[in-house]
Design a protein around this ligand. Structure first.
Ligand code: AHG
Ligand code: MN
Ligand code: MN
Ligand code: MN
Length: 336
């Protein structure tokens, strides 16, 4: 490919997904239409985030969500934008959002066969100080024919059709997997298009970074405490790992995916199931990690094998480079 050809052969996310089409012969372009509406939502949130300070979009919305968290104005705005974009796509039947206690069942007239679970704005605590935040989403298909019910949503992560996130940082980057590898796209604001910039992302087999909120160390269980100790004081003469923790899962996972290493949100005495929500944080990020050659573990099992019982269920999560997750699995197995 000459540099010229490279520059003019703009692979947009829409073209890319259309090229994927042959792998999903059953889809009559519906998935492409759904994805286009998710991309539209991301573009809107990206522009809102970029001018949040100017457009009086920072600060609290004066409500609290089902998580008991004070909703930020951008939490609520992003949620409204994604719900409207997904419903208007005419390709969805059930929507689950971090910001809504109940699932949204799409009206018959606009109903399609996809279920979308999403975290419209991840890392909200970082909005007001300008640190990277993101949107996380996962896509299931509903079983044909039946009237959609909440049981259709409570599927293991391994049954997801696709998953991805959009990170609103120094650039707006959308990372997506439709089940055959992971690809990254960067928004070119002058074109308003996401362009393929990170083809076929593979996470390094082993990393030199661990990412955890050390402030919870007092409450960790044995294996987690032992693992973090090993990162800081390795016994095998290797050098200690670096600690990088941003506090936005999207940003911490994006760095882990590109640089390697491990991201942990463990259980602790205060929160026995950890903090991160299974459907729209743990599953999509675990799906991406496995697709990129990494692993995702809950402390008890492969994260994608979990079968959620409730919409906003939480789970401990250890995800990242294959070898790093192996180490923590061995420590949990030894504890037995
Ligand atoms: P959200 O802003 O969508 O509620 O998610 C916040 C999550 C996740 O982004 C991050 O990994 C984690 O909260 C950080 O939690 P701590 O501040 O407890 O470390
Ligand atoms: Mn939240
Ligand atoms: Mn989140
Ligand atoms: Mn959120």
């Amino acid at each position: 490919h000459s540099a010229e050809a490279q520059r003019t052969d703009l692979m947009t996310i829409t073209r890319f997904v259309l090229n994927e089409q042959p792998k999903h012969p059953e889809s009559r372009g519906d998935f492409t239409i759904l994805l286009n509406h998710i991309v539209l939502g991301c573009k809107f949130v990206c522009s809102a985030v970029n001018k949040a300070g100017l457009a009086k979009l920072i600060g609290l919305a004066g409500e609290t969500n089902v998580q008991g968290e004070e909703q930020k104005k951008l939490d609520v705005l992003s949620n409204d934008v994604f719900i409207k974009a997904l419903v208007s796509s005419g390709r969805t039947c059930i929507l689950v959002s971090e910001e809504d206690e109940e699932a949204t069942f799409v009206d018959k007239s606009l109903r399609g066969r996809y279920i979308v679970v999403f975290d419209p704005l991840d890392g909200s605590s970082n909005i007001d100080c300008g640190v990277s935040i993101g949107t996380i989403f996962g896509i299931y298909t509903v079983k044909e024919g039946q009237e959609p019910t909440i049981e259709d949503v409570l599927q293991p992560g391994k049954d997801m059709l696709a998953a991805g996130y959009c990170m609103y940082g120094s650039s707006c980057t959308l990372v997506l997997s439709t089940g055959s590898g992971v690809n990254g796209f960067t928004l070119d604001p002058s074109l308003g298009e996401f362009i393929l910039t990170h083809p076929d992302i593979k996470i390094p087999k082993k990393g030199k970074i661990y990412s955890v909120n050390e402030g919870n160390a007092k409450n960790w269980d044995g294996p987690t405490a032992k693992y973090v100790e090993k990162c800081k004081f390795p016994k095998d003469g290797s050098s200690p790992k670096s600690l990088r923790y941003i506090g936005s899962m999207v940003a911490d996972v994006h760095r882990t995916l590109l640089y390697g290493g491990i991201f942990l949100y463990p259980a602790d005495k205060k929160s026995p199931n950890g903090k991160l929500r299974v459907l729209y944080e743990v599953f999509p990020m675990s799906f991406l990690m496995e697709q990129a050659g990494g692993q995702a573990f809950t402390g008890k099992q492969r994260a994608l094998d979990l079968v959620p019982k409730k919409l906003h269920e939480r789970s401990p999560i250890f995800l990242g480079s294959y070898d790093d997750v192996e180490e923590i699995k061995a420590l949990y197995a030894a504890e037995g």
